[in-house]
Structure formats: structure tokens, C-alpha cells
Design a protein. Sequence first.
Length: 115
Amino acid sequence: MGTVVEELLYHCTSPSNAAQIARHNIDWRLTRRSRYGKGACFSKSPCYASMKAGATGAFIICKVLMRAVQSIHYVNYSLKIPCEGYDTTSGNRGNVIVKYDDYTFYPEYIVYYRN
């Protein structure tokens, strides 16, 4: 199975979605944008995570379980699900990390912002 580490990653959303996420976690099945896979999207960079956000938003700072780099499937646009044996995909030179399992991430903090 390999080594698993816990990382703090950013998920950006609207303030109204943040309250729902705080109660029920991120539901990756509701993803609308799915360039790197239809799952819960995260980034190591808050700037990158908020690129598509509007003037106000919320950062969900999540604890995410990650396996070794060899266990991450690096992809280009238009992937829907990862190849067999992978639970994580990554795209855009590692700026986007996508998870497909409800039990590998959870919101720890919510930070509301206004540009």
C-alpha cells in the first residue's frame, strides 16, 4: 500500500457552499468542473485554488490523505475517473489534486475572504 501522509490543501468555494461543506464534507459527486477528473479538487496553493473564484469566497483548508507520488496519476484535460489502482489524480504541473474517495479528506478550517 505504501506510505500515507496527511497534507493541508485548499479548496475554494462560495460562502454558501462553505456552510454546507462544514456540515457534510465535500461531495465530489457534485463536481461541475472536471478538467483533471470528476472528484473533489484541491491545491497546495491558495492563490491557484482561488483563481476561478469571484470577489468573495471561502477557502476550505482540508486535511487530505496522500499516498506516495508514484500513486498519483498525472493527467491532462477531460479525465472523468482515474485509472484502476489510483485514488488521486493531479494536473496542471501539480497545481490541481483530485480525490475520489469520501474518506480521504475532511474540512478543518474555513476562511472567508473578500477581494
